[in-house]
Design a protein. Structure first.
Length: 404
């Protein structure tokens, strides 16, 4: 079996809903990170790209259903390069990584460009078709920005509650306090700001032409648990804990990464950053969607043949502080190894782009620290989770991770 490696990763800054990137179509966001990926590969003959696989959670609007193909064409790549779009909601682009790595493992491809894009600002309203022609009454538009819409009446009601209410139930089940959530959220903002100030994201982020956004728009430097404690709860008026401050915001952005075999080093003119050593997927009750990364990561570690005691870095997508803390507590790991460079509560969570965002951040984090093993994990609406284990292939820093 061929090994699959991550060679490079790049993303846009993430924009706030209706703000910094709202004027940019999602297919143009995808095209931008595709073009940037090509620019960053000095030895690349674009004809050698086997396929482009992108994640996207919407598809109902300007994505035209297959954003991978649209972005590839808009980027000016050869029309002979196939493109496929994956929709596993929040985990879509991490799923793209997993799919590509399997193709590499099987020998079906040597070089894959993966990623994801989402414009939650530009997500359209949809009007359901009527069962009979010429309805006399009014029709209601449904937003495709986030969450359930046009729900099947056969679905149990506890499965179709809002993501926020689901998080309230999860934090009750796993005893996560409001204070802990606000502390975690404040750390996300301050770690993100510090990472930007220190230049960590300089090689990971490429601003979108025609916009003024040069860094993630949602970061609030100097945030504190005390400040966040003053925010009102959103989903429960009484006994609620989830606020706009301890949840990830609606966002716009795109991300991409090169995944290839050992032979891809010569095709790209790049050395591999990390080996994809394990993959895991898990599903549980939809109303506890935020907890699904627990077993997804455990499965990925088992596939990699290592344990949590050997992991030096974790990138866990912060959909909500409560679900992030529930996962960290379940793994029994040191919170200090999680999201050292900030997370989605501060930077944003453009659904289809977040998976390769955390993967790229993890690969560069391992490169900078010299630690050997890392885990990228993400929760997914309707009760799923995905995880990928990376093994550091670079020689940067001193290897402080525990050997297998």
């Amino acid at each position: 079996m061929n090994h699959a490696f991550v060679y490079d990763a790049v993303r846009t800054p993430f924009g706030k809903f209706g703000s910094g990137l709202a004027a940019v179509r999602p297919d143009d966001l995808a095209a931008h990170v595709i073009k940037e990926s090509v620019k960053r590969a000095p030895g690349l003959d674009v004809e050698r790209i086997d396929e482009v696989v992108f994640g996207n959670a919407n598809g109902a609007g300007e994505e035209n259903r297959n954003i991978a193909r649209m972005g590839t064409l808009l980027a000016g790549l050869p029309v002979s390069i196939p493109g496929t779009t994956v929709n596993r909601l929040c985990g879509s682009s991490l799923d793209a990584v997993i799919i590509a790595s399997r193709q590499i493992n099987a020998g079906d491809a040597d070089l894959m460009l993966v990623g994801g894009a989402e414009s939650m600002s530009r997500a359209p309203w949809v009007l359901p078709k009527t069962e009979k022609p010429y309805p006399a009454g009014d029709m209601t538009l449904a937003s495709t920005t986030l969450g359930w819409r046009l729900v099947n009446k056969s679905m149990p009601k506890e499965w179709t509650i809002s993501l926020g209410e689901a998080t309230e139930r999860l934090r009750e089940k796993y005893d996560v306090t409001r204070e802990a959530q606000d502390e975690f959220a404040a750390a996300s903002h301050n770690l993100s700001a510090a990472a930007w100030d220190e230049g960590f994201y300089d090689n990971l982020v490429a601003p979108v032409p025609g916009t003024d956004l040069v860094r993630d728009e949602g970061i609030r430097e100097g945030s504190s648990a005390e400040k966040l404690a003053g925010l009102k709860t959103v989903f429960r008026v009484e006994n609620g804990t989830v606020t706009a401050g301890n949840a990830s915001p609606l966002s716009d952005g795109a991300s991409a990464a090169w995944v290839g075999s050992e032979a891809a080093a010569g095709l790209l003119g790049l050395d591999p950053l990390a080996r994809i050593a394990g993959r895991g997927a898990h599903a549980n009750d939809p109303q506890y969607f935020g907890y699904a990364p627990v077993e997804a990561a455990n499965k990925a570690l088992a596939k990699a043949g290592i344990g949590w005691d050997q992991v030096g870095a974790v990138e866990l997508n912060e959909a909500f502080a409560a679900q992030s803390l529930a996962c960290i507590n379940a793994w029994g790991i040191d919170p200090a190894i999680v999201n050292r460079h900030g997370g989605a509560i501060a930077m944003g969570h453009p659904l289809g782009a977040s998976g390769t965002r955390i993967l790229g951040t993890l690969a560069r984090s391992l490169q900078a620290s010299g630690e050997r093993w890392g885990v990228a994990a993400i929760c997914i609406g309707v009760g799923q989770g995905l995880a990928v284990v990376l093994e550091n292939m670079t020689t940067a820093g001193t290897n402080t991770g525990k050997d297998q």
